[in-house]
Design a protein around this ligand. Structure first.
Ligand code: C2E
Ligand code: MG
Ligand code: MG
Ligand code: MG
Length: 289
């Protein structure tokens, strides 16, 4: 048996490939049903000012618990949804949920915090994306200022002029845009000047790297961002010492397990976590100048 294993090592990989393919098929069919069976949930993770941990907004993070497969992480099912034409209905569902929550906040008099929603490149590329955002805002009767959209560099750089047009149209609605996972993608920074984004989210690998590799990367990003008038969010802040380093680098906002894990908001008006939070800030990153 050992001989067979040694000789036909390729078989092992082959079987793994088959397994992966089967898993994809499974995921695909389960995912299709999930949309109609209320198996999705949106969790919200606070984004805070580093100066005083005041919550300025929340990132909406999709969660799927399949009755058959159990909890499946977004890193696993988002690519499958993209490959099978399911990302648009899914993305629209997340936006609708997030804006419905924003509406309950406004009804409770909370007007400063925003919700940041991840948008897949495929979603963004679709014609009518901006019109869709406009009508979702109108349907919940909330202003665009409640919404931030998180896009990765790869979603924007394939067509910079076209992307810039879309971003301008979103900005005109009051919707702000964040570049997500900044530093992991494209190597040139020249596109930044051409794209009307308001926020850079520094990828967690660099935030964790502050201890290991020194603060140069984050420092460079902050300097660049501030020179362009952008706000910087550090992703994946887990330890107090990271906050201190980030503050010394003039980083504006932070997000990570240190400040709060992604969690569901309870029913409108009945959120237990909300009441434990500091008062709402006046504006995005307000008071951190
Ligand atoms: P992302 O947009 O960069 O989201 C941040 C991820 O980091 C989340 O993972 C979050 O749970 C995790 N995180 C936050 N703080 C910490 C920390 O202190 N330490 C560590 N180790 N992790 C932290 P999650 O929820 O598994 O989502 C993974 C990715 O899936 C997201 O990365 C985003 O790209 C994508 N995603 C999630 N929800 C959606 C969605 O509704 N639509 C789309 N298109 N993509 C989504
Ligand atoms: Mg994100
Ligand atoms: Mg991110
Ligand atoms: Mg990330």
């Amino acid at each position: 048996q050992a001989k067979r294993q040694g000789k036909n090592t390729w078989r092992w990989f082959d079987e793994r490939d088959t397994e992966a393919a089967l898993e994809q098929v499974q995921l695909d069919s389960h995912l299709r049903q999930a949309l109609t069976r209320a198996e999705f949930q949106v969790h919200y993770q606070p984004i805070v000012r580093l100066t005083d941990a005041g919550v300025v907004g929340y990132e909406a993070l999709l969660r799927w618990t399949s009755p058959v497969l159990g909890p499946v992480p977004p890193a696993k099912f988002i690519p499958v949804a993209e490959a099978h034409g399911l990302i648009e209905p899914l993305g629209e569902w997340v936006l609708r949920e997030a804006l419905a929550l924003a509406r309950t906040w406004r009804q409770a008099g909370e007007t400063a915090r925003y919700i940041s929603v991840n948008v897949s490149a495929l979603q963004f590329a679709r014609e009518g994306f901006v019109a869709g955002i406009r009508s979702l805002l109108a349907a919940q009767d909330v202003p665009g200022e409640v919404l931030m959209l998180e896009l990765t560099e790869s979603a924007l750089i394939s067509d910079i002029p076209g992307s810039a047009d879309k971003l301008r149209a979103l900005n005109a609605l009051g919707v702000r845009v964040a570049l997500d996972d900044f530093g992991t993608g494209y190597s040139s920074l020249s596109y930044l000047q051409q794209l009307p984004v308001q926020v850079l989210k520094v990828d967690r690998s660099f935030v964790n790297g502050v201890k290991m590799h020194g603060p140069m990367f984050v420092q460079a990003v902050v300097t660049l961002a501030h020179s362009l008038g952008l706000i910087v969010v550090a992703e994946g802040v887990e330890e107090p010492h990271q906050t201190e380093t980030l503050l010394s680098l003039s980083c504006d906002l932070g997000q990570g397990f240190l400040f709060g894990r992604p969690a569901p908001f309870l029913d409108p008006g009945g959120d237990a976590r909300e009441s434990a939070l500091p008062p709402a800030p006046a504006a995005l990153a307000g008071g951190s100048d």
